[in-house]
Each structure stands twice: as structure tokens, then as C-alpha cells.
Design a protein around this ligand. Sequence first.
Ligand code: A2H
Length: 253
Amino acid sequence: EGVGPQEYTLIKMKVIGNIPEKLKNVKTEIFMVAATLRPETMYGQTNCWLHPDIKYIAFETVKQGEVWICTRRAARNMSYQDFTAKVGEVKVVAELTGHELMGVQLSAPLTSNKVIYTLPMLTIKEDKGTGVVTSVPSDSPDDYAALTDLQKKQPLREKYGIKDEMVLPYNPIPIIEVPGLGNLSAVTVCEQLKVQSQNDRDKLAEAKELVYLKGFYDGVLLVGDHKGKKVQDVKKDLKNYLVQRNEADTYYE
Ligand code: A2H
């Protein structure tokens, strides 16, 4: 990829229910931490993606004693960014596969959904970000394709123990108007290109190109305190707002 480190916003999603056995003796708050480049889209979160076959760890952070969940690789990077008590040291509380973490209930910042669920996404890369991805199907073609797969395919839900109520009520939320692409730009483009599934990699790459540049330069927020303003003018403010509220952080890799 590019030169120099990539800066991500870490979105903290609080674990509030369906807590796996391996995490039941944790006394402090537990968060899934998702790396995103688009903090301004958090109004549209409908779920959180994990790869069923990736190993995740729960580890101790110095942030109010919170326990965070992400890949071991990301936790190790975080130990060099002042997230743990000792530089280079990660205190592991539990190790779980994505499969073991499916269907967990989360509370995520800004979204109008009071509860969202962890669901399987099969295209998550282990060596990027935290391995935890927040899902915004209105503005991300990958997220829209993966959510549609789960909504259409009962056997896929069954394979990972995902109940209908974790998926079927969750639809893309209009949060950003993109001239020419409407208020659900990822949906528009996936339909135009006839994306069939999350594995339709070539079409999804094309869809992403169409949506991202336009969304960033011409997109206008439809919700929240910055309603009516351009995405590129409010991105920083929104990120800072989340960080101040202890709902986000900055992570580099
Ligand atoms: B983005 P880059 Cl609305 N595997 O967040 C696959 N995808 C990952 C990942 C991983 N391990 N870690 C992060 N990502 C996703 C929001 C979003 C994102 C929107 C639109 C575009 C978009 C909601 N999902 O990404 O390769 C995360 O999804 C465009 C690429 O480092 C993260 O931001 O550039 C983005 O990919 C980081 O990808």
C-alpha cells in the first residue's frame, strides 16, 4: 500500500448482550474496536462484521480498565501506541474465533439502531486494521453486499447461528446524499452493476471507486448536528466529537 502509516478511526462498540462464555468473568466493560476511514458514516451503522475463521483476542487496555476485542496483530500494534500498560506487552483475557463471537449484541455510537449484532463477513482481511469492521450498507458496497447475502440466504445465517431478528430488520439508513447517486449510494451502485454477492470482487471494486470519491467530495450529510454540510468539511469534527466522548480513538498501522 502507500508510504507511511495509515491513520484509522477506531470505533468502540460496547458489548451489551449475548456475551460468550469465555468473556463472562470479565468485570469491566468490553468493546469491539472497528477500524474505519469514514467516521462521518457512523450514523448509518447496522451491524458489526467479524470473519468467522479469524482468531480474535480480548485484552486489557489502559482506557478506564476496558477490555477490547480485535486481532492479536492489531492489539500488538496498539501496545506501541499507549493503549496497554506496558509498551509491547498485551495482557490477553481470552481468545475467541469470529465464529464464537457471532450474534453478540453491541451498542455503537451515532447510529439510530439501539442494538446491533456481530455478523459474519467472509472477505475481512486478517492483516488490515483490527479485523473488526463496522457495517454501513448505505455507503459501503462491501457492507451492502454482505448484509444482502445474509438477508437472502437462510442457510448462511444458520451456518453461523445467526437468528433472523439479528439481520432481517436491519436495512440501509439514508445518511448522505451524493449527487447522481441518491441517499443510498452503495445500494444504487450495487444495483446498477448487478453485484450478486460479497464475493463479486471485480464488480465491488468498481462499485467502491464510483461511490467513494463522489461520496467524499460531493456528499452532504442528511442527519445529525452537521446536517446539510459537506462530508469533507465535517469529517474531522465528527471524529473529534467521538474521541472526546470516549466512543472512538486513533489507531495507526
Ligand atoms: B470503512 P483501507 Cl461507509 N478487511 O468503514 C476488510 N475491510 C476492512 C478491514 C479488514 N480487515 N478493516 C477495515 N475495513 C474496511 C466504513 C466505510 C469504509 C464506508 C465506506 C468505505 C469504507 C464502514 N464499513 O472503506 O484498505 C473499513 O470500511 C473503503 C475502503 O485501509 C475501512 O473503512 O483503505 C476500510 O475498509 C479500510 O480500508
